[in-house]
Write a protein that binds this ligand. Structure first.
Ligand code: ADP
Ligand code: TYD
Length: 280
């Protein structure tokens, strides 16, 4: 009798056809077991790993800003690892699947987000930081405090539970918009709303995000055009956690000079940075 044996798990490698000089390194962290991601060859090194988290209510435009920042950082040759939460791992999938169907209890939802983050920290965030990469994550534990806090769990306890295992970001970019505007954007995005997104919930979530603003959190007005918001993002990151790198980089000397100019307001600096770096 013929026996059917389970087939070995297949590993697929996607190779993009791009000029060799531009892309050639494999970022193993992005492999997630099935697909290897080919990114630009890093040519610039940071003195140590830097962790940036982009946060905000749904529709705030934080993913747009995180993507713009990652593209810019890669374009100047930095070793960038970009990721998001919930992740694409098993816990992240479970969380996403539950969003459009039966909502988990606050406690079960919290347990799922924590399990997902523990895996993310151990397998991607910590190893990348240890090798000196710039790690950019779209959502992190500030989202747990804001969203699970909005479902009635204690925000202080949520913060403590996360800080027990998750590295504190060097900077959190908190993109802030009115919930009504955010919901209008989501409607335009055309993916429909889910159980996380309604006016009362987003208002509470926003309040909790704002309660977390401290020296590690850059509060950015996300109501303006995406490119204007991006000027602020660059200003806060380049004058904050990447200030040392900017000071040492020949290419970024015009930006370092801008930071020394006391006559310019922060808004003028943000505008000038975009001009100097030629980013839209
Ligand atoms: P989030 O990640 O915060 O949910 P996205 O970055 O996905 O938000 O943006 C939500 C929608 O709003 C998208 O359709 C995007 O193109 C649009 N958008 C993003 N930033 C802005 C902005 N500053 N002004 C207007 N629309 C924006
Ligand atoms: P998703 O569509 O993946 O991301 P986004 O809205 O950022 O484009 O949705 C993730 C949802 O999960 C979002 O509504 C926020 C929520 N969330 C939590 O409730 N707790 C958390 O810890 C995280 C990371 C996300």
């Amino acid at each position: 009798m013929k026996t059917c044996r389970p087939r070995a798990k297949q590993v697929s490698v996607i190779v993009f056809s791009l000029p060799e000089s531009t892309f050639s390194t494999v970022h193993p962290e992005r492999s997630r077991g099935t697909v290897l991601f080919l990114g630009p060859v890093p040519t610039q090194r940071l003195p140590r790993g830097v962790l940036l988290a982009f946060e905000g209510i749904d529709g705030s435009g934080k993913s747009t800003q995180a993507k713009k920042f990652v593209a810019w950082a890669q374009s100047i040759g930095l070793d960038v690892v970009s990721s998001r939460e919930p992740t694409d791992g098993p816990w992240g999938k479970k969380i996403r699947d539950a969003r459009f169907t039966a909502r988990m209890s606050p406690e079960d939802e919290l347990a799922a987000f924590i399990a997902d983050r523990k895996e993310h920290v151990a397998t991607l965030i910590k190893p990348a930081l240890e090798r000196g990469a710039l790690v950019v994550i779209d959502r992190y534990y500030y989202s747990t405090v804001a969203y699970q806090g909005a479902r009635g769990l204690d925000p202080a306890a949520l913060l403590q539970k996360n800080r027990a295992f998750a590295p504190v970001p060097d900077l959190v970019v908190l993109v802030d918009v009115e919930p009504k505007a955010a919901l209008e954007r989501i409607a335009t995005r055309g993916q429909g709303t889910d159980l996380f997104e309604n006016l009362a919930t987003l208002t509470k979530v926003r309040e909790l995000f704002l309660s977390l603003v401290d020296a590690h959190v850059a509060l950015i007005d996300g109501a303006r055009a995406p490119e204007v918001v991006f000027g602020d993002v660059l200003l806060r990151v380049l004058s904050g956690p990447l200030a040392g790198f900017v000071g040492e980089s020949d290419e970024l000397q015009p930006v370092a000079k801008l930071f020394e100019n006391d006559r310019l307001t922060p808004a003028q600096k943000a505008e000038r940075i975009r001009q100097v770096l030629k980013v839209g």
